[in-house]
Design a protein around this ligand. Structure first.
Ligand code: PBG
Length: 342
């Protein structure tokens, strides 16, 4: 059978028999590798998650996340300014709430003057062009460490959604640009969207944590926000089973229909197949969250001299671009933006 280049029954052929095709030709030198490179990572792809705490002029290191600290608001503004100057367009805030301030009614979550809302105002004052993203979930405030209210041992959905709506509106009122519901309650995207419209915040975006898995990779984060001591049980009745993929697509579709502007897959690296499927199916702005445990694994191995930190960090982020993501939430954002500058 005669060989025909670029023709085939099912797919376009791009290879001819050796030696017509030597795929190593375009790998010969960096200039050629650059020309054929399919994906690019830029500082503009990055959202930097940060932990905020009360107080002045201080930063508390987080044990399981070497290099990451909880920042007081004044330090946060300084760090954000540096990040924005490095080209990082967005920052995402997570509050550390002292154990004795956690309550069953979680009322601190929608207080206009709570830590996060004060941090949003400080950031928008200092850096109006940097996008500020928030987390909508009750866990930092909840005496049970859960993302929703616990009634008779059950994480209740609809009552939680009412609280999440108040929390999201308070964040929008403080100036948040992107609301990030991470709670996995049903119906919260639609409820938040309707409330934002009703309150006049029609230009506030929602990035839904749409496909969020019940993952072991969140361990260091729960320490960082002071929720690990508080958490009773697990989050399997609201976060997704790691065994499921079709369900992730149903969640993304649902959240887009309810008014999400952007969707997220979380964690990141173990769920690249989900990122790709979400992007291919919906073509919506798709983000991955490289979570605390992914950060901890890379940093720990590098500290032991077992991995080359710079190489692995870059590779770990490029793979999200290859999987179709528009951007990545990563604790490595500042170091990556710095490395991309040189
Ligand atoms: C909770 C929330 C979690 C993360 C972001 N928001 C943890 C959880 O669901 O228990 C994890 C982020 C990380 O691990 O870096 N609403």
């Amino acid at each position: 059978r005669p060989f025909t280049l670029f023709k085939g029954p099912a797919m376009t052929r791009t290879t001819a028999p050796f030696p017509l095709t030597r795929l190593r030709r375009t790998r010969k030198m960096e200039s050629l590798r650059g020309l054929v490179r399919e994906n690019h990572l830029a500082a503009s792809d990055l959202i930097w998650p940060v932990f905020v705490r009360e107080g002045m002029d201080d930063a508390t290191p987080i044990d399981a996340m070497p290099g990451v600290s909880r920042l007081t608001i004044d330090r946060l503004v300084g760090a954000a300014t540096e990040a924005y100057d490095l080209g990082i367009p967005a920052i995402c805030l997570f509050p550390y709430i002292e154990p004795d301030l956690k309550t069953e009614d979680c009322a601190g979550a929608w207080d206009n003057d709570n830590l996060v809302n004060r941090a949003i105002r400080a950031l928008k004052d200092a850096l109006p062009d940097m996008a500020v993203m928030t987390d909508v979930a009750l866990d930092p405030y909840n005496i049970n460490g859960h993302d929703g209210f616990v009634v008779d041992g059950e994480i209740v959905n609809d009552r939680t959604v009412e609280a999440l709506v108040k929390m999201a509106v308070a964040q929008a009122r403080a100036g948040a640009d992107i609301i990030g519901p991470s709670d996995m309650m049903d119906g919260r995207i639609g409820a938040i969207r309707r409330a934002l419209e009703a309150e006049g915040y029609d230009k506030v975006s929602i990035m839904s944590y749409a496909a969020k898995y019940a993952s072991g990779f969140y361990g260091p984060f729960r320490d960082a926000v002071g929720a690990s001591g508080a958490l009773k049980g697990d989050k399997k009745t609201y976060q997704m089973d790691p065994a499921n993929a079709d369900e992730a697509l149903r969640l993304v579709e649902r959240d887009l229909l309810e008014g999400a502007d952007m969707v997220m897959v979380k964690p990141g690296m173990p769920y690249l197949d989900i990122c790709r499927q979400v992007k291919d199916r919906f073509g919506a702005p798709t983000f991955a969250y490289q979570v605390s445990g992914e950060y901890a694994m890379i940093v720990a191995a590098a500290q032991n001299g077992w991995l080359d930190r710079d190489k692995v960090v870059m590779e770990s982020l490029m793979c999200f671009k290859r999987a179709g993501c528009n951007g990545i939430l990563t604790y490595f954002a500042p170091e990556v933006a710095r490395a991309l500058k040189v």
